[in-house]
Design a protein around this ligand. Structure first.
Ligand SMILES: *Cc1c(COP(=O)(O)O)cnc(C)c1O
Ligand code: SF4
Length: 395
């Protein structure tokens, strides 16, 4: 063994002992070994994780046993939505189970190259409601600000696959200026939702510029960040990042979670940092066929979220994006899941099920009817267990 290797080994041993996040799990150790010379320090460095995202078949086929459907998907997805998997996220994949829920989210299958007549490029018609590049102004008092096109991992069911991906044009500071101007000019905007892409792939400096500018607009009461990074690249949640965000309190964060398997110790560490910094955390989950489309999995996910101080916020019916047929469930499936959550478990564990209306109608809540009938001031209700009750309006 040469001296560099010896030193590296010593460092590895030392950090493994002293710094909990740098102590890699057996699964992580298995994957890091495919990256020559990488140390646990590299693994813990979010820029290393981004630089070494898995984008081709060569490394992936060493780590897991690819199915023919995946091989065809990887070959064909390039023109549509690139494959990109941070090594950390890849370490969560079950190498031998083609139905592994982590795997289905991030490895393309040939089915995504097939399209169905009800599917669309921009199902929520975001472009139609975009007054300036990057802004979607659909609701009266709030806007969605799409600040970039890059994510750590590209979800195969992404509703913004028309615009996300590596190699797309990054929005320039100049483009941001037009969005800031629009928000300044529209005094009714009290809430700005920063999304993308994933805003947390930006540097702290650029992110701070955006947040600081928004917060300097008097009628903007608060900003929120929509992100998947705490799940796919938890190393990005650094002390520096949360210290920066703290300065602009209140900042809310909506985190995109899909499956209980995603909630690892490393993710808990990231969410703890965020929550300890006073950032209220909410979750957003897309209902996906074969991944989380049953009450047991969904309930488990919601319970795990509460344990890491994330309040379940929305479950989305999967948007009819091009090539999404193998992910979409009938609407009734989601309603049944909601029926099995409400009343059966902690109210905080019950999010709102919505359909983001195709054509740009916004999020529409759907669910069971608990009012059985209503005559004049008399309401007949049913509870979660099927019991009937009557409520009278004041007369
Ligand atoms: C989801 C969304 C929002 C935020 O909606 P809330 O229900 O307030 O969380 C705002 N604008 C657009 C265009 C959206 O899609
Ligand atoms: S993180 Fe969000 S924007 Fe990025 S690929 Fe996934 S769903 Fe799309």
């Amino acid at each position: 063994m040469n001296s560099i290797e010896t030193v590296r080994k010593e460092i590895k041993a030392a950090v493994t002992e002293v710094h909990p996040p740098v102590k890699l799990t057996a699964k992580e150790n298995r994957v890091i070994n495919f990256f020559k010379d990488a140390t646990p320090f590299d693994w813990e460095d979010w820029r290393w994780q981004l630089r070494y995202r898995i984008t081709t078949k060569d490394i992936l086929e060493k780590i897991i046993n690819l199915t023919p459907a995946e091989e065809k998907g990887i070959e064909g997805c390039g023109n549509k939505l690139t494959m990109s998997i941070p090594p950390y996220f890849a370490s969560l994949i079950d190498p031998d189970n083609p139905n592994c829920p982590i795997r289905r989210q991030c490895i393309p299958q040939q089915y995504e190259l097939e399209t169905s007549s009800e599917e669309m490029v921009d199902p929520c018609a975001e472009e139609k409601h975009s007054p300036v590049h990057g802004l979607v102004h659909r609701y009266p008092d709030r806007v969605l600000f799409l600040v970039n096109e890059m994510c750590a991992m590209y979800c195969r069911y992404c509703t913004r696959s028309r615009m996300v991906g590596d190699g797309h044009r990054t929005l320039s500071t100049h483009t941001y200026e037009a969005a800031f101007e629009y928000i300044r000019a529209h005094k009714e905007i009290r809430d700005v939702l920063i999304s993308g892409g994933d805003p947390l792939t930006l540097s702290d400096r650029v992110l701070e510029h955006i947040i600081k500018t928004l917060k300097s607009i008097p009628h903007v009461e608060f900003v929120r960040i929509g992100t998947r990074i705490p799940v796919t690249l938890p190393q990005r949640i650094t002390f520096d990042l949360v210290n920066m965000l703290k300065k602009y309190s209140p900042i809310w964060m909506s985190i995109h979670f899909t499956h209980p398997k995603e909630i690892t110790k490393r993710v808990k560490f990231a969410c703890d940092l965020l929550a300890d910094s006073g950032i209220p955390l909410g979750s957003q989950t897309v209902l996906l066929k074969g991944l989380n489309d049953n009450a047991a999995t969904m309930k488990k996910l919601m319970h795990e979220l509460l344990k890491i101080r994330v309040r379940p916020y929305y479950i989305y019916q999967c948007d009819p994006i091009l090539g999404s047929k193998h992910f979409r469930t009938p609407v009734s499936v989601g309603i049944e899941i909601m029926e099995k959550l409400r009343g059966h478990t902690t109210g905080y564990a019950v999010p709102t099920l919505v359909i983001d209306a195709p054509g740009g109608g916004g999020k529409i809540p759907i669910g069971s009817q608990y009012i059985i009938s209503h005559e004049e001031n008399r309401y007949t209700l049913r509870n979660y267990a099927g019991g009937q009750f009557v409520y009278h309006d004041p007369v």
